[in-house]
Write a protein that binds this ligand. Structure first.
Ligand SMILES: [Zn+2]
Length: 74
């Protein structure tokens, strides 16, 4: 039986599948000050309600509008 250390070393170069689909960005609303970490896929699909003027990339932080009140519209 192989020891766990050598097995783990071989597996270490593969990323968990979640990393590819779970990219997120940190957003702050300039209307109400709310901050939220959003899933990029959900943001691109329009599921989050957020509007950000810049292009949103994974692991970035941005200012935008959360869409949660009349002060939070683009
Ligand atoms: Zn807001």
């Amino acid at each position: 039986m192989r020891d766990f250390g050598s097995w783990f070393g071989e597996q270490g170069s593969e990323k968990p599948a979640e990393v590819d689909t779970g990219a997120t960005a940190w957003l702050r609303c300039t209307g109400c000050g709310k901050t939220q970490i959003v899933n990029l896929k959900a943001y691109e699909n329009g599921d989050t309600g957020w509007y950000v003027w810049e292009e949103v990339d994974a692991d970035g932080d941005y200012e935008g509008r959360c869409g949660g009140s009349q002060f939070c519209m683009p």
